[in-house]
Structure formats: C-alpha cells, structure tokens
Design a protein around this ligand. Structure first.
Ligand SMILES: N[C@@H](CCC(=O)N[C@@H](CS)C(=O)NCC(=O)O)C(=O)O
Length: 203
C-alpha cells in the first residue's frame, strides 16, 4: 500500500496530517505536480482526473479524493477518532468539514490560483475573481471566529478532519504569499497556533 503524494500540495497534506494524527506509517511516492507528472498517462490510469493524493492498495486498485482516503483509514484505524464517534457526531463533523472545504479551503485556493504567477500557464487566470474569492475567505474566517470564540476546535471540543481541512487551506495560502489571517480575527489565530503546534502539522 502506498500514497501518491506531493509535499507542497494542500490536498495530499490533509491526508498526511490525518495519518500522522493516527500514527499510521505509510510509504509516500512523490509525483511532481510542477513538471506535470500527474498529467502523464501512467498517472491518469490511476486517477483519471489527475489529482493527488491517490491511495494504491496492494491488489492494484486506486482510491482518490482526500476525504475518501481519510474515511478508509478512519474505518480501519478508528483511534483517535477524527471523523466523529457516533451517527450524530459523524454527521456534524462532516458538515463542518464540508463547510471548511467550500467556504475556506476552496476560496483561498481559488484566490491563489487566479492571482499567483505560479498558475499563470496552468489555468486561465481571472485576477478579479481571485480577489473576490480572497474577500469571501476573509468573510468566512470572520464567521468562523465567532464559532471559535466558543470552543477550541472547529467541530467542537475535539480536533477533527475539519480542523485539518481549514489548516491546510490557510497554510498553503500563506506559503504562496497569497493569504494571511487578518490580525483582528483573533480566535482563528489562536486556533491556528494551536493546530500548528501539533506534531502532525509538520507532515
Ligand atoms: N478533490 C480532490 C482534489 C485533488 C487535487 O486537486 N489535488 C491537487 C493538489 S492539492 C492536484 O493534484 N492538482 C494538480 C492538477 O489538478 O493538475 C481531493 O480532495 O483529493
């Protein structure tokens, strides 16, 4: 079993952090996105949409989509739980994780992709759209601030996959110089310092 990974990319990092939290050791094979290795035929055979991460099972089947990969490991290594503990809790964690994908991770990624020179030859950039996505992400962090004023983690009292998703979105925006948590969003800042101090953040 191995995971096709790229160290700098945020979706593969979501899975690396998830597995680090669970103490799961797995072989990661690097696929260089910058030189387009993920668009070559050998990789498209594994994941027709070309994205990382991909989990390769020993029987030669492939599982893409970071949340699907996390789900597989949550079921096979339940401790510590990162996707909820009972029907209700799992549903709430899923709600928060999806919100973090749609309202934080994706807007930050879009703002970066539509404004950063790295993506100039990779996608058709619309800088104005990038600007609106950045503004959207800030609005959503202001909302998240009011949630994190009341509890330590995004889905409640426990660290979950929702924290990982938001953390990876914010960190890639910062690493590319495209996004910072504004200083006035202080509960998100406190939360970010807390998740960044976990050993898994180095993954
Ligand atoms: N929804 C997918 C997104 C996968 C994805 O877009 N990964 C990025 C890296 S963060 C990628 O491989 N991009 C390269 C490309 O699409 O060419 C997931 O959650 O795994």
């Amino acid at each position: 079993m191995k995971i096709y990974d790229f160290k700098m990319a945020p979706n593969p990092r979501r899975v690396r952090i998830f597995l680090a939290e669970k103490g799961i050791d797995i072989y990661y094979e690097q696929v260089d996105l910058t030189s387009g290795k993920n668009r070559e035929a050998w990789f498209i055979e594994k994941n027709p949409v070309g994205g990382l991460p991909v989990l390769e099972f020993d029987d030669g089947t492939y599982l893409a989509e970071s949340v699907a990969i996390c789900r597989y490991f949550e079921m096979t290594y339940p401790a510590p739980p990162l996707m909820g503990v009972d029907a209700r809790d799992c549903a709430f964690v899923e709600m928060w994780n999806r919100r973090m994908e749609l309202e934080v991770f994706h807007p930050i990624a879009r703002s970066m992709q539509h404004t950063h020179p790295f993506f100039k030859d990779r996608i058709q950039q619309f800088p104005e759209y990038g600007g609106t996505q950045r503004a959207h992400a800030i609005k959503r962090l202001e909302w998240l601030d009011s949630i994190l004023a009341q509890r330590p983690f995004i889905a409640g009292e426990r660290y979950t996959i929702a924290d990982i998703t938001a953390q990876c979105g914010i960190d890639i925006g910062a690493a590319m110089g495209a996004f910072q948590i504004p200083d006035n969003i202080k509960h998100v800042k406190r939360w970010h310092e807390s998740v960044s101090s976990r050993p898994s953040a180095k993954a």
